[in-house]
Design a protein around this ligand. Structure first.
Ligand code: NAP
Length: 307
């Protein structure tokens, strides 16, 4: 058995990300005790029933008290309020982290409530599925996925090193990144694509009224993949767009320009432009597979419904 990285870890919010962390920490023997708290009694009851966390508490403060690491696993828009609640009970020397999909907003919302002597090391695991809630988690979610740490310039090196060890122990590859850069990269790789998927499924839904159930009946791989992405948690994604506004709008502006260019190529019958564009994008797909971040299996290897 390896030495635990932390004696006590507290998970605030018990959804997909927190529950996967719990099972991954147990698998790796990374924490001697894990406490947990979720806002609703229903989620806390589910957690107790499935053995999620060594101790499920009835308040965030109770879960966080005495913890060496507290991880905020709630939607991005709720981070500040939760931090305000637990700030007064944190023990000196403890580390607070989070898993939010947007970093600048979380840093601005959480930092003012971090007490003197407590470290704050924001993080974002680039792993998820379209499922949410305490029963959606599994120990392998972070295996060979990236986890980006976004330490502030004055971060304590030991606190950063410990958090890195935890994420590596949970199977992730860890890198450090600046918050604004993180938000721009994620706008390209995750946030704008989700908005496009939501839009495409919305368009198909409008169309369905015209074509009866043909959109569902004949839904081909491209559209099915959009529906999987567009099934992601509405609260989480609402908060992502509200809090990563500038970067997402910047990318969507560029996207719209490209879309118009392709639309024009179709209208004018410019096959060369379409062919060159699709050749360029195909190479990106190859790069992702070569980097081990997806499988070349048919249907994206997604028979199991996982991202
Ligand atoms: P989830 O499965 O929907 O779980 C969210 C948890 O937060 C639940 O325990 C929920 O409590 C609690 N919660 C919701 N609103 C709250 C509020 N206003 N105040 C306090 N608690 C609240 O979500 P998740 O997928 O684990 O996502 C959690 C965080 O991870 C988010 O910040 C998200 O951006 C980030 N993230 C998600 C993914 C992904 O693909 N899902 C990937 C990387 C990072 P109840 O159950 O009691 O409602």
């Amino acid at each position: 058995m390896t030495q635990p990285v932390y004696q006590r870890v507290a998970l605030i919010g018990l959804g997909l990300i927190a529950s996967s962390m719990f099972w991954a920490m147990k698998r790796g023997g990374l924490a001697a005790e894990v406490t947990g708290f979720a806002r609703s009694a229903e989620t806390r009851d589910t957690a107790r029933r499935i053995g999620l966390c060594d101790r499920v508490c009835d308040s965030a403060a109770e879960a966080a008290e005495g913890a060496d690491l507290v991880v905020l696993c709630v939607p991005v828009g709720a981070m500040g309020k939760v931090m305000q609640e637990i700030g007064p009970v944190l023990k000196p020397g403890a580390t607070v982290s989070d898993v939010g999909s947007v970093k600048r907003h979380v840093i601005d919302a959480v930092s003012p409530h971090i007490p003197e002597g407590v470290h704050f090391v924001p993080a974002h695991p680039l792993a998820g599925t379209e499922h949410s809630g305490p029963e959606a988690g599994f120990a392998e979610l972070y295996d060979n996925r990236w986890c980006l740490l976004v330490p502030t310039p004055d971060a304590d090196p030991q606190a950063v090193a410990d958090l890195r060890a935890l994420w590596e122990g949970m199977g992730a590859n860890v890198e450090e990144m600046d918050a604004d850069h993180h938000d721009l990269v994620l706008a390209v790789t995750s946030h704008a694509p989700h908005l496009i998927a939501y839009t495409m499924v919305g368009v198909a839904d409008d169309l369905r009224r015209v074509t009866d159930s043909e959109v569902i009946k004949y839904s081909a791989a491209g559209f099915r993949d959009f529906t999987r992405i567009a099934a992601s948690d509405p609260t989480m994604w609402r908060d992502v767009f509200l809090t990563n506004k500038d970067a997402t709008l910047e990318i969507l502006g560029r996207f719209t320009e490209e879309l118009f260019a392709l639309q024009r190529a179709i209208r004018t019958g410019d096959g060369d432009q379409l062919f060159d564009y699709f050749t360029r994008t195909r190479a990106i797909r190859r790069g992702i597979i070569e980097a081990g971040q997806d499988t070349a299996a048919p249907n994206f290897g997604r028979g199991n419904g996982k991202a």
